[in-house]
Design a protein around this ligand. Structure first.
Ligand code: NDP
Length: 458
């Protein structure tokens, strides 16, 4: 029995699962309950245990620390932080509805009103793409206010890091509940909803594909704005805190700021491309995205910068050069493989991939309304080396964030481990969906490109 057995032509439909089995429900429940605790645990480890992930558990197990003493280390709630966060989200909403001006300045940048991919329900929605503009305005204002006018310290985010944790969690959970209720009572596009008969799974994975409130597309906004715009500001704040506490800015902190800055800028420069990724094209908007965007992304994707505030690692110039080169290689693989797919999907056979016309498999598939449509799978360039080289590049880059922090602690390696699990799981999830969407055409692609992430290995 191979992986394609049992798939009929009539299965060429896609989207998130219709049926949630016990395994799916149990996994959702486990993630729902443990990940919020993990974020608080990492906060306590950083601020009270010198970034050791083992010491708190060890002290509890050995009886040196009672559970109530441990819980007393949680940050307090602060109305000031709540106002700061709500002000930030409101400001980002304001920026998200502004018309885009950047595409007028840079003709190669795709901004303004852009159409997304065709949804399983057969819709093609329009998005206001102006993320680069929002990022630039936010950073300009932050830098001017903090460094030029001195209205607040650039360490402001680091200073409120603990107290912000409560409000971002409140926002993440409220948003997920709102999305769940909205999907039943006032869905934006009913034909693109999915119900699994499990309340837990529907709450976790989401019911609506593209929930909207007025001009705001909730998924594009929360996936791409308050958290990702803040990512680089958080790193600047951590770098400022390192300088304020230790009187030095280490090369490791500069590397982390550089790598993650590149990643974020690439995301906004290519925001139109983001409309065709799994996040926007396939994932429904539930707790996983709502809470993940509000809490997990800003808190767990920035662990290296936080670590370096407490441990100002200075790398030898040889090792720093190695990390820089390896990280840039990863970024290049990540960006160029994403660009290749984007170019081919947009410009059809006119695109040139590694100096040659692209090799493509033309596939037909069926949307929920029964319409037969066509699409192309690229089988040359990076997409002919392995089926997910964009993930491989991303993993190399994220390994370099961690390598920049040295080898003494697990703490800065958590993001790399998490991303490895996420992308391996995503790879399998995506391939399963592509198999159902494209049937035999996907089989043909897998025969031509047999490896997923690492050529000759897997
Ligand atoms: P992809 O951009 O690889 O999108 C996968 C989709 O692309 C498939 O569902 C299919 O969609 C299409 N596709 C698959 N194979 C081909 C092919 N050979 N030719 C053309 N189209 C193909 O994946 P993601 O959306 O998951 O990721 C986008 C980027 O974001 C990646 O670089 C990833 O590393 C990064 N990422 C980062 C995360 C983070 O937390 N840092 C999390 C997730 C992703 P279709 O239905 O259109 O055919």
């Amino acid at each position: 029995m191979n992986q394609y057995d049992g798939i009929k032509d009539s299965d060429n439909r896609w989207g998130r699962a219709w049926n949630a089995d016990t395994y799916k429900v149990a996994t959702s429940l486990l993630i729902l309950t443990t990940t919020p605790l993990m974020v608080f645990y990492f906060y306590i480890s950083a601020f009270h245990f010198d970034c050791s992930l083992f010491l708190p558990i060890q002290q509890i197990v050995e009886g040196q620390l009672t559970l109530s003493e441990f819980l007393a280390l949680l940050p307090p709630f602060s109305w000031g932080s709540a106002l700061l966060f709500l002000g930030w989200v409101s400001f980002q909403i304001g920026l998200a509805i502004l018309p885009d001006g950047i595409h007028r300045l840079f003709p190669t940048y795709k901004g303004g009103s852009i159409l997304g991919s065709i949804t399983p329900g057969g819709l093609r929605l329009s998005y206001n793409i102006n993320g680069l503009q929002a990022w630039l305005i936010s950073h300009l204002l932050f830098l001017l206010a903090a460094f030029w006018f001195g209205w607040f310290s650039p360490t402001i985010i680091f200073d409120h890091w603990g107290t912000l944790l409560w409000i971002v969690n409140g926002m993440g959970f409220s948003l997920a509940i709102f999305a769940y209720v909205k999907a039943y009572w006032f869905p934006s596009f009913p034909q693109d909803r999915k119900f699994s008969r499990s309340v837990v799974y529907d709450f976790f994975m989401g019911i609506e594909l593209n929930p909207r409130v007025g001009p705001i597309d909730l998924k594009l906004f929360f996936n791409g704005r308050p958290g990702i715009v803040a990512w680089t500001l958080i790193n600047i704040s951590f770098a400022s805190a390192q300088y304020a506490i230790h009187g030095t800015l280490t090369n490791s902190m500069l590397l982390v700021n550089l790598f993650q800055g590149l990643y974020v800028l690439y995301f906004f420069w290519k925001e139109a491309w983001y409309l065709n990724t799994i996040d926007i094209h396939h994932d429904h908007f539930g707790w996983m995205l709502a809470w993940g965007d509000c809490v997990w992304l800003p808190y767990m994707y920035t662990l290296q910068g936080l670590f370096l505030v407490f441990h100002p690692v200075d790398l030898s110039w040889q090792f720093a050069t190695f990390v820089l080169s390896f990280g840039l290689l990863g970024f290049w693989i990540f960006a160029s493989s994403n660009n290749q797919k984007d170019r081919v999907r947009k410009s059809d056979s006119q695109a040139v991939i590694w100096g040659r016309p692209p090799e493509m498999i033309t596939c037909s598939y069926v949307t929920q309304d029964g319409t037969v449509r066509q699409n192309r799978l690229l089988a040359s360039g990076w997409w002919g080396v392995a089926r997910h080289m964009n993930y491989t590049g991303d993993l190399i880059l994220s390994l370099c964030y961690s390598l920049a922090c040295g080898f003494d602690y697990m703490f800065p390696y958590f993001y790399f481990l998490f991303l490895s699990v996420l992308l391996v799981h995503r790879c399998l999830r995506d391939e399963d969906r592509c198999r159902h969407k494209y049937g035999n055409y996907w089989r043909e692609y897998c025969d031509r490109v047999p490896y997923r992430l690492i050529p000759k290995v897997w």
